[in-house]
Design a protein around this ligand. Structure first.
Ligand code: RTP
Ligand code: MG
Length: 148
């Protein structure tokens, strides 16, 4: 089953949005298979956002993502990578549709509440960066039969 890496960013944690965000993905029909509250070390933040290291906002991005606890998660489900990105909304909240997480809760691109892997390759890479193999839990729920 497909897996993705999602993370409530420090602004989302400070604004008490962990429960709201977890609830949206649960209600959609995805399954939480890993989760932890953590402060990201600078080296991990630089590696995680490595694709942006030449961008002018890289320093700010790393400072922000390490500025307080995040809630890192692994979610599982059919097409979860692309669907989670749709549920998050556009990177810049000014372009994010109402009903999406960023559309509903964020106002500025630098503080956009949530991160989600953007491809199967980045999902695999990011899950590996943040979670040990034994921290991702395989389990089944009877309710799956009513969703898939
Ligand atoms: P993320 O990686 O955080 O899930 O966001 P994303 O895929 O939607 O967007 P991405 O292009 O990967 O950008 C990563 C984060 O960098 C910040 N950003 N700032 N100032 C700017 O122009 C700018 N552009 C991007 C955003 O916080 C974005 O989430
Ligand atoms: Mg990204």
């Amino acid at each position: 089953m497909e897996k993705t890496f999602l993370m409530v960013k420090p602004d989302g944690v400070q604004r008490n949005l962990i429960g709201e965000i977890v609830s949206r993905f649960e209600k959609k029909g995805f399954q939480l298979v890993g989760g932890k509250l953590m402060v990201i070390p600078a080296e991990l933040a630089q590696e995680h956002y490595g694709e942006h290291k030449e961008r002018p906002f890289f320093g700010e991005l790393v400072d922000f993502i390490t500025s307080g606890p995040v809630f890192a998660m692994v979610w599982e489900g059919e097409n979860v990578i692309a669907t989670a990105r749709q549920m998050m909304g556009a990177t810049n909240p000014k372009d994010a549709a109402p009903g999406t997480i960023r559309g509903d809760f964020a106002a500025t691109v630098g503080k956009n509440i949530i991160h989600g892997s953007d491809s199967p390759e980045s999902a695999e890479r990011e899950i590996g960066l943040f979670f040990k193999e034994e921290e991702v839990v395989a389990y089944s729920k009877l309710i799956s039969e009513w969703i898939n």
